[in-house]
Ligand binder design. Structure first.
Ligand SMILES: [Zn+2]
Length: 547
């Protein structure tokens, strides 16, 4: 990083061909992106400067200066004289520059949203321009406040912690009490459940927008070459696989988490806090992706004010120098006070993102995350999912859980995500439907959960309010993951077996493209067939193994 040099380097001289001018601008764009990612991860680390000692304030200033200069240069470029890929590169750079200006502003020290009243009239808020946006922002703010502060019978906790405890609390009575302590959270979204309640008021507006502009679900499907009309039948097939291959006895919702947490309870005592990194790094090393040599950094310790959400980001995309892609950097953020299987799986997932971005090797305009969120998530799950295989557990943890228990641990959260996606699809198709009743019907029919239409317990995913239709990405991601894993197994064998060439093999076929190729083409070439539910449903059949 040469921040000072960037600021002082002269404006590229006019002249040269359009493609020579583009080359110079793209180099400066690469400097800008590097600054963007360095600001992003430095801010996330909660420190004042990056690893090279450059302060956040200096990087923010340098980013603004460079971004404005590159944007101006791109504006002046004679794009009519550029070829197809170069034209695409220019459009992509413009968009990324537009979307990155926010890193130049210092965030307010408190990230808490301004306290607004959570006693409000949804219909009064939902009028005029941007009614949907205003109402969903209010519901989300009130939901967030409840999620951060859940009062249980024994303490004050938060949503994620309470859901985690449902998987380990041995007393059914205690689990019921824990589950019901989430009621204020649900009510921040569902209100009294009437058509005038917050979510149902929002739903009418959201459904209207989907009708007018097309739904995000249809757009996500098309971007993966799936016929939007096939989405609902696909979701139903996944849910039927869960229904048909898990025990038929109905369970209460507070017992669902415990029943599906058996593998985690068996394996967790084998994984202390230090083992998280040891196992994680050993597994990826065995696949030829040593986090250390790849320049992957981990920020895993608890810290005041740190986000509870785990995520990964580029620190520095690789750049082509003298014919080779050189030094790169990626950052993994998560918070672990203890070890345990669930934390290990999350760390494996984030490291999966990190080895993916470390392999991105393309021109600066395209050195970014791919164009599809489900694909990106599937790449992170690709190796991580091996942790649910007994052979993997034996090799890396020295003991294993039964296949059926492991598979339920693997698919319980996916089954719930698919149920949420189906709920959104159905209530958007007919916004007069009562989501509580719809949720009770879906979860009792497919997940063997006792129906409780009196509670809106579906309302505990922020995405349902913040980004209607987003849950579908998890369903599509699970389909892609299963199909990719089946393909890799066919071509190279299972991931639990060490294979030092695996990383290069995956990089060449899946990881390296960034934005240089559309995801649907990368998938088509790798899979050699179209995307479908068969691989996922096939793997889910193993849920019934040993029963
Ligand atoms: Zn992820």
């Amino acid at each position: 990083m040469t921040v000072g040099g960037c600021i002082q380097s002269p404006v590229p001289p006019l002249g040269g061909t359009a493609s020579e001018q583009l080359g110079r601008l793209e180099n400066q764009f690469a400097d800008t992106r590097e600054l963007y990612f360095q600001i992003y991860v430095t801010d996330a680390r909660g420190v004042a400067g990056n690893l090279r000692g450059v302060s956040l304030a200096d990087m923010r200033r340098a980013h603004r200066a460079l971004r404005e200069r590159v944007a101006e240069g791109l504006e002046g470029l004679d794009t009519a004289r550029l070829g197809g890929e170069d034209g695409h590169a220019v459009r992509t750079m413009r968009r990324l520059l537009d979307e990155s200006a926010w890193v130049e502003e210092e965030r307010s020290p408190s990230s808490e949203p301004v306290a607004e009243s959570c006693q409000y009239s949804p219909s009064a808020l939902a009028t005029g321009d941007s009614a949907l946006q205003r109402l969903s922002a209010r519901i989300y703010a009130c939901y967030g406040a409840e999620a951060r502060r859940v009062v249980t019978p024994t303490d004050t906790s938060d949503r994620l912690t309470v859901l985690g405890r449902l998987g380990t609390e041995p007393s059914a009575e205690q689990r019921r009490a824990l589950f019901l302590s989430l009621q204020p959270l649900w009510r921040s979204v569902t209100g009294d459940g009437s058509p005038a309640s917050p979510y149902r008021t929002m739903l009418a507006l959201s459904a209207e927008r989907w009708r007018r502009e097309g739904s995000p679900i249809a757009a996500a499907a098309r971007s993966l070459r799936i016929d939007p009309a096939q989405v609902e039948p696909m979701l139903v097939r996944i849910l039927e696989a869960w229904r048909d291959h898990t025990p038929p006895a109905r369970v209460e919702p507070w017992d669902w988490y415990y029943d599906n947490g058996a593998a985690s309870r068996t394996l967790s005592p084998r994984i202390n806090r230090a083992a998280l990194r040891e196992v994680n790094d050993r597994f990826y090393r065995d696949q030829g992706a040593d986090p250390e040599t790849l320049g992957i950094h981990f920020d895993l310790d608890p810290r005041e004010g740190k986000t509870p959400v785990a995520f990964t980001q580029f620190g520095k995309p690789a750049r082509l120098r003298r014919g080779k892609y050189g030094e790169r950097e990626a950052w993994v953020f998560a918070t672990y006070r203890v070890g345990g299987f669930d934390n290990l799986v999350e760390l494996l997932h984030e490291t999966g993102h990190a080895i993916h971005v470390s392999a991105v090797a393309t021109r600066p305009a395209f050195a970014d995350w791919p164009d599809s969120d489900p694909f990106t998530e599937a790449l992170a799950d690709l190796l991580e999912m091996e942790a649910f295989e007994p052979e993997w557990q034996q090799r890396y943890l020295g003991g294993s859980a039964p296949v059926a228990a492991s598979l339920r641990g693997k698919y319980a959260s996916i089954a719930l995500d698919v149920a949420w996606a189906l709920l959104e699809l159905r209530v958007h198709a007919d916004p007069s439907r009562d989501p509580n009743a719809e949720w009770a019907a879906i979860t009792s029919e497919y997940l063997h959960i006792v129906p409780h239409p009196e509670w809106g317990w579906w309302a505990m995913r922020g995405q349902l309010v913040d980004s209607p239709g987003y849950m579908m990405n998890y369903a599509l991601g699970a389909m892609i993951t299963a199909q990719l894993r089946a393909r890799v197994r066919e071509q190279r064998g299972p991931f639990w077996r060490p294979d030092k060439k695996m990383y290069d093999w995956l990089s060449n076929r899946l990881y390296r493209f960034g934005l240089s190729r559309p995801t649907r083409e990368v998938l088509r070439d790798f899979l050699g067939e179209s995307l479908g539910v068969e691989a996922l449903v096939g793997d889910m059949r193993r849920l019934g193994e040993g029963r």
